[in-house]
Ligand binder design. Structure first.
Ligand code: FAD
Length: 692
């Protein structure tokens, strides 16, 4: 009979799954350019806001559009790089376009002598990125109808030449499914692909090399298809960066790190979102454990009076500030430390170029607040600096690094250098000739980082807590500790809040009080992102949670909520948590709170622990899960929801496999059937992951 219940779940699965999926685009915040008001000052806005790409290309005299579907900025970065290369090496007239800024119904009118690129990341469980949801739905829908009235049957896209590259992660089940599906749909509609549909793999850490290896044959094929002549690439700035001596950093019009113009004017107000963060007070902060170089932070962030709201299981995004030590290093390496506070004005040279940072600003503010200067470095970026090297010797070294993948790996990637660190190993002379435009073009926008909210909205609706482990790791091969941008900034805020006048976590310093001291009194810019990671609406339903390390974050919220409901006399189902860490007396976070909640919930709260460094063998949560097969299976029969949070690369995968085995074994089915059941649980929403 139980099998029947699960099969029923299967039947409803697809329906619920697709409803959940299709509502997400509108439910989640769609990232927009937070500097929209400053962009208005450049040509992009002036050229008019048509949603017709054919018209737009005509107006701006382009023959190559590079659309991107991006969540964290990498696909957008690859799109810009392709645009630059196409223009500089092949004389293409390129433009980059956010895929949600245009309509798709007229792609059947795309001229034959032009080309469209689609650079598309796959997100989460094989989903499109937020900005590509509409495009994906349009193209893969049942009856795609174009303006000309042509349908899928008539090869409506026969005039469309396209190039495509996907960004994915092979540790997820639906590896690069976005590019695969879009490519299949375009081909089915008659469009002609040029080159192969490229796939980059973040899971294997080969994204950059996959991209570089894919693009050369693609350019050759495109040159053939469009009769392009390759020429010596010379750098052409995308932006003009001018120093404005008439302005000082004190001028009200200058952005000193503020996320939007309203923040700059001191008039920021809601609704707060991914394009308009709320400057939130941190009301409490502490360390859950500190051992040697490992710290784990707990922070309580107030959203009272902001009109922001959250639900248990949602995410909060923290907008970080780069460490002072890294800002100084960057300024020195490019020889601009003496004019760090000069005001610069950035404009797109081409009307389609969107300025990615607010302007006017200062060099210091741009580097500290708007540019991801600490990120790993790409071989292509380093190559472009050869022309601006301070002497012939450094130039030769850069050329070698650019041409030799293994050498680059050994000298730069393996050592985990950011751009300034990498250049410091080449020469101690400053790279004063590098145009600042090149740096703006090549370095991503500083991205907010997401954290799984570790509190319950039912218990503390105006206070969001986060649980974050401070990234300070020596990666294999690295000669220095790699310091996470956001978590070290949060550690500095915690130190300041707890009385340290000069916070200096791991030798870094921060501009704690923020632009124009607007973050004084310990504030941090945040926004909330709603997720589908949710408790069952009926608290009497049992739940099983697997959350080792900081993966326990959302489950602290879940348990806090169920304990409060139990304290109010509500019937709360079995609440089973698998928690893992190194040692019971080292990094077992929240154990005192769990004891308190256990007192409120009695036997319904069960916590199973796995300490990896206590016995002779390493024990992880998936081992404990296996040991508890009977209980787990029993709870699934009672329609338990199953949740996994934390490490996407190994743990989540293992847990998924173990659960399949448990189901198969306990029900006497073949292993594949167990796996299928887990898949069905996923699509029906009874198996939920929050992994990173
Ligand atoms: P970053 O600066 O982003 O660095 C991250 C890592 O990148 C480093 O550890 C290093 O491995 C690598 N790296 C950085 N620079 C270099 C370089 N130059 N060369 C080579 N490698 C480099 N984290 C939590 O602690 N708790 C949570 O609850 C939580 N929830 C999350 C929920 C979601 C939905 C997502 C997507 C992520 C979540 N994370 C959580 C992870 C979190 O968002 C951050 O990624 C994490 O805190 C690190 O951020 P950071 O800015 O400190 O590190």
């Amino acid at each position: 009979a139980q099998l029947d219940t699960l099969d029923l779940v299967v039947l409803v699965a697809l329906l619920v799954g697709s409803v959940a999926y299709f509502t997400k685009g509108s439910y989640w915040a769609v990232p927009k350019d937070p500097y929209a008001s400053s962009a208005a000052a450049n040509g992009a806005a002036k050229s008019g806001k048509t949603r017709d790409i054919v018209e737009k290309m005509e107006q701006t005299n382009k023959n190559c559009v590079i659309f991107y579907g991006s969540q964290t900025g990498t696909a957008e970065d690859y799109a810009s790089r392709l645009a630059k290369e196409g223009s500089q090496r092949f004389g293409l007239k390129t433009m980059v376009a956010d895929i949600e800024d245009y309509d798709y119904e007229n792609l059947d009118k795309f001229p034959e002598d032009k080309v469209a690129f689609f650079v598309l990341a796959t997100y989460g469980e094989g989903e499109p990125t937020d900005n590509a949801v509409d495009f994906y739905q349009f193209l893969t829908g049942e009856d795609v109808a174009f303006e000309s009235g042509a349908t899928g049957e008539d090869s409506p896209l026969s005039s469309l030449k396209y190039v495509t590259f996907g960004l994915g992660n092979n540790t997820y089940e639906h590896y690069n499914s976005m590019v695969r599906q879009v490519d299949a749909a375009l081909t089915k509609l008659g469009a002609q692909r040029i080159g192969t549909a490229g796939e980059g793999d973040d899971g294997a850490g080969t994204m950059e090399e996959d991209f570089l290896a894919w693009k050369e044959p693609m350019w050759a094929a495109l040159s053939d298809a469009m009769s392009l002549q390759e020429r010596e690439a010379t750098y052409e700035a995308v932006f003009s960066v001018t120093e404005d001596e008439l302005k000082t950093p004190e001028d009200e019009s200058v952005y000193l790190g503020e996320p939007t113009s309203a923040h700059r004017e001191g008039a920021a107000k809601g609704p707060y979102s991914a394009h308009n963060p709320y400057i939130a007070p941190i009301v409490e902060s502490s360390e859950l454990f500190t051992v040697k170089d490992r710290n784990c932070l707990h922070m309580e962030i107030s959203i009272a009076g902001s009109n922001l709201s959250y639900q248990t299981g949602d995410h909060i995004a923290i907008w970080p500030t780069n460490a002072g030590a890294e800002v100084d290093r960057f300024l020195e390496v490019f020889g601009i430390q003496d004019k760090r506070h000069s005001v610069i004005s950035v404009k797109g040279i081409d009307v389609t170029a969107k300025v990615p940072i607010p302007t006017p600003t200062t060099y210091d503010a741009a580097i500290r607040y708007y540019m991801e200067v600490c990120a790993p470095v790409s071989r292509q970026f380093v190559s472009t600096l050869a022309a601006f090297a301070p002497d012939e010797e450094s130039k030769a070294e850069i050329v070698r690094l650019g041409n030799d993948k293994d050498y680059f790996h050994e000298k730069i990637t393996n050592k985990c250098f950011n751009i300034a660190q990498a250049l410091q190993t080449i020469t101690s002379k400053p790279f004063t000739a590098v145009p600042f435009s090149l740096l703006i073009e090549s370095i991503n926008k500083l991205q907010p980082r997401y954290y799984s909210i570790s509190s319950s909205s039912l218990v503390q609706k105006d206070k969001i807590s986060i649980t974050a482990v401070v990234e300070s790791v020596r990666l294999p091969g690295a000669s220095h500790m790699v310091k996470g941008v956001t978590t070290n900034y949060l550690l500095a805020l915690k130190q300041k809040q707890n009385g340290d006048p000069q916070p200096d976590p791991h030798g870094l310093t921060y501009s704690i009080t923020g632009p124009r001291n607007k973050y004084d009194g310990i504030h941090v810019p945040v926004h909330v992102r709603h997720s589908n990671f949710k408790l069952p609406s009926d608290p009497s339903k049992p739940i099983i949670m697997v959350g080792p390390g900081t993966g326990v974050a959302p489950f602290r919220g879940f348990i806090q909520e169920r304990a409060a409901l139990a304290a109010k006399g509500e019937k709360v189902g079995t609440t089973l948590l698998f928690f893992g860490c190194r040692k019971s007396d080292e990094d077992f976070i929240y154990q005192d709170e769990f004891k308190t909640w256990q007192a409120q919930m009695g036997d319904s709260l069960k916590i199973v622990t796995a300490f990896s460094r206590e016995g002779s063998e390493k024990v992880y949560v998936q081992h404990r899960l296996k040991e508890q097969a009977t209980l787990v299976s029993e709870l699934l029969k009672q329609k338990a929801n199953f949740y996994v949070c934390g490490d996407a690369a190994n743990m989540a995968r293992e847990v998924n496999l173990v659960l399949g085995h448990i189901i198969a074994e306990q029900r006497g089915m073949p292993a594949e059937k167990g796996e299928e059941m887990v898949k069905h649980m996923r699509s029906s929403g009874s198996y939920q992951e929050d992994v990173w």
